[in-house]
Design a binder for this molecule. Structure first.
Ligand code: NDP
Length: 392
């Protein structure tokens, strides 16, 4: 029996709220807070259980502290934007509440995608006896837990990991992003990076690509890019030799992105426009469809998983583990699209692991540092079944 405060009423926030509401034995009280109260109210109206809502600017730690003191939650699930991670962690420290999120902190003026800022909070959380769990969505999140599961059950040594993220859905828009447009475009337009033999190797954005035949989808072109879970996995998988992340994009998406980049619309530095300062990417976000609004007409599937190679009992082993999620089924269940769904379900399960003390620690942690088994058991039960295959 516990009270949870969810911050962020976007695509992912909607799924987390729906999913927590399905488990009243753990989440006995739910409060959903966000910058725009109407968005909280809209989600509330879709849920048959009573939940509370609140308006908060999560960039403002003092405002957060006031809300947290009023609500008195056992845990805060941060599914607002990566910009708010540190202000929410500060408020957790001040009020003595545990913290969880799905994306690492980003400063507004730099696209960095690194855990340093949040890992630096470890001692402060530890001293207060609090726990912060970072990156508990799908990728980061389930992909990290897939690696921990493989290491626990199927490998003595893991040598290579390829994380492969495919969205073969059709939403009917010529160009839209499946999660927050600002964060998505910052991620995709950044230089690529992968880990090999003890060092990080940089590549031009989306310059390396391969075709992969995704189960239940078929062959798709996937592009090498940097993704934040690699930073913690390289640290937490002993002896890892190579780690790469791949994501599929349609030619139409890439053409739009190239044009937007070429005309300066993806810039994150402020420019002067008619006497005002605007950030082109923030302006572009205002024009693009909201991720949650894509759900209604989204068709097709996602497939996200890990291809892992290494040794078991002295013999080479190749192993593939993945989840397939259907956009239309997510909509039928909770009016969401699959990208929000595959992020929100693991966030709910991570919160459940923390609130039931199945996963416990003092300090700041990534998900692969805990026992993957109880989490993996819940994935199928709450809508994200997984398949594993031995390919050798
Ligand atoms: P959305 O843009 O749909 O939602 C973000 C929400 O946060 C909006 O409701 C927004 O409010 C709210 N918000 C933004 N700024 C503030 C603020 N200062 N104070 C309070 N609320 C604020 O994004 P998504 O739901 O798609 O993504 C949510 C998070 O999930 C992001 O951090 C994203 O990176 C992460 N994510 C993680 C994935 C994973 O697998 N690990 C995959 C996909 C997403 P408003 O409506 O007023 O703008």
């Amino acid at each position: 029996m516990s009270k949870v405060l969810i911050i962020g009423a976007g695509g992912v926030g909607g799924v987390v709220t729906h999913k927590c509401a399905q488990v009243p034995e753990v989440f006995s009280e739910i409060v959903l807070a966000s910058r725009t109260l109407e968005k909280c109210e809209k989600i509330k109206s879709q849920i048959s259980r009573p939940i509370e809502t609140a308006q908060v600017d999560a960039d403002n730690t003092a405002e957060l502290v006031q809300l947290i003191r009023k609500v008195a939650p056992d845990l805060i699930i941060n599914v607002a934007l990566p910009y708010q991670d540190l202000s929410i962690m500060d408020a957790c420290l001040e009020t003595g509440v545990d913290y969880m999120d799905t994306a690492n902190y980003e400063p507004r003026d730099e696209a960095k995608f690194c855990y340093k800022w949040q890992w630096d909070y470890h001692d402060r959380f530890k001293e207060k006896g609090l726990m912060a769990l970072l990156g508990c969505g799908f990728d980061p999140g389930v992909t990290n837990i897939f690696c921990a599961h493989a290491l626990k059950n199927h490998f003595d040594e893991i040598h290579t990991v390829d994380i492969m993220d495919c969205n073969a859905g059709e939403h009917g828009h010529p160009f839209a992003t499946n999660f927050n447009p600002e964060i998505n475009i910052r991620e995709v337009s950044a230089r690529g990076k992968y880990y090999e033999n003890g060092r990080w190797i940089e590549t031009d954005p989306l310059s390396i690509h391969r075709t992969f035949d995704f189960p239940e989808i078929g062959p798709r072109e996937m592009y090498l890019m940097y993704h934040e879970e690699m930073e913690s996995l390289v640290k937490n998988i002993p002896g890892i030799k190579r780690m790469r992340f791949w994501m599929t994009f349609s030619q139409e998406y890439l053409t739009h992105l190239r044009v937007l980049e070429n005309v300066g619309m993806t810039r994150i530095d402020p420019v002067q426009f008619q006497g005002c300062e605007i950030v082109p990417l923030q302006f572009l976000k205002a024009l693009l469809p909201e991720p949650s609004s894509l759900a209604q007409n989204y068709k097709g599937k996602t497939n996200i998983g890990c291809m892992i190679e290494g040794l078991k009992n002295g013999k080479p082993r190749k192993y593939y583990i993945y989840n397939v999620c259907d956009h239309a089924e997510c909509y039928r269940e909770i009016q969401a699209q699959a990208i929000s769904y595959t992020t929100g379900v693991p966030a709910m399960i991570g919160a459940m692991m923390m609130l039931t003390h199945t996963w416990r620690g003092k300090g700041v942690f990534n998900v692969e540092e805990f026992d993957p088994t109880p989490f993996m058991e819940k994935l199928g039960q709450y809508g994200l079944p997984w398949t594993e295959k031995f390919l050798d």
